[in-house]
Design a protein around this ligand. Sequence first.
Ligand SMILES: [Fe+2]
Length: 108
Amino acid sequence: MDNLEVQRAEEPMTDLMKKHVPVVTVIKQEPLTVEVHVGKLLKHPNEAEHYIGWIELYSEDKLLAKAELTPVSTEPVVTFVLNEKVTKLKALEWCNVHGVWEAEIEIK
Ligand SMILES: [Fe+2]
């Protein structure tokens, strides 16, 4: 699989999609606090041979934050606190076997 191709979930979601699509949840409005959880719908492996390597958060095309993850030692769940108004957030994550996956949410 080409690791540079960005993949998204579609309905109906397959198990592969459930394991990889980042789930973005607003935890708090002021300041805007969001959790990005990979494998929330179906747990993704977390082992030396197969793991989630990083999670990025974007507003439009602006990178807001990136979390590098160490396999086995950390879970692919990250909380970000934002200091600016955004209307949309996009999360990307990278699996070393299955490539880059993205999800977007609207912020009200
Ligand atoms: Fe994977």
